[in-house]
Design a protein around this ligand. Structure first.
Ligand code: 13P
Length: 250
């Protein structure tokens, strides 16, 4: 059985003090969750988050990772720097990184491979822009992003990969994909995975939906057969909302 995974992507929010307070507030509210619970915090809050989450079911994630182990890469953080801090998950290829920081399909692949080699689990983000969607290119775009992101990742490593389908037009806009639309695109992503890794991998890989997921729509999204979880931005910054999402099945 696949275990659903709800992950908060805090983006560039919460200093150390705020991190500690938010995790302490979330922990008791999610302690009986049946899904995996992850919070992806800013690099500077990782150590604080780890301490605050100790002894809870909250797993620690980061929001980016570089592919080299060390070297002249100003402003970047390596996989071993994250594993040293006991980071279990890392997001790669978020649309904000693709849009504002020159992330490409190729660099997403390099980052994902480095994180997997270091033993972490990765959440690889894919998703089309509004323009691409309106041009009827959703399938083409998510296929290209998925294929390149997974290049040279072994079937064994794939077990530690989660894909987040995040239509860019639904992020932070309050606009959610309809459950049916999200489900269809995720089904298509499974087909792409299946082509390279076989039927059982296509079925077993966990694929989240992301983009304005909130307490009021989580139930209908999670009821869809292809959706295995959520990657939550805005609503993950409020303990009560995040907990309601995590406890969608209660
Ligand atoms: P929102 O939930 O704020 O739309 O953000 C989604 C997201 O980008 C998660 O990575």
């Amino acid at each position: 059985m696949k275990r659903p995974i709800i992950a908060g992507n805090w983006k560039m929010n919460n200093n150390k003090e705020e991190t500690k307070a938010l995790i302490k507030e979330i922990a008791p509210l999610v302690k009986d969750a049946s899904c995996e619970v992850v919070v992806c915090v800013p690099f500077t809050s990782i150590e604080t988050a780890r301490k605050a989450a100790r002894g809870t079911n909250i797993q620690l994630g980061a929001q980016n990772v570089h592919w080299a182990n060390n070297g002249a890469f100003t402003g970047e953080i390596s996989a071993s720097m994250l594993t040293e801090l006991k980071v279990k998950y890392v997001i790669v290829g978020h649309s904000e990184r693709r849009q504002y920081f020159g992330e490409t399909d190729e660099t997403v692949n390099k980052r994902a491979k480095a994180a997997l080699k270091a033993g972490m689990k990765v959440i690889i983000c894919v998703g089309e822009t509004l323009e691409e969607r309106e041009a009827g290119k959703t399938a083409e775009v998510v296929m290209r992003q998925t294929e390149i992101a997974l290049k040279d990742i072994t079937k064994q490593e794939l077990k530690r990969v989660v894909i987040a389908y995040e239509p860019v037009w639904a992020i932070g806009t309050g606009r959610t994909a309809t459950p049916e639309d999200a489900d269809d695109t995720i089904k298509f992503i499974r087909k792409v995975v299946r082509k390279y890794y076989g039927r059982s991998s296509g079925q077993s890989i966990r694929i989240q939906y992301g983009g304005s997921m909130k307490p009021s729509n989580v139930k209908e999204l999670m009821a869809m057969p292809q959706i295995d979880g959520g990657l939550i931005g805005g609503a993950s910054l409020k303990a009560e909302d995040f907990a309601k999402i995590v406890n969608y099945d209660k």
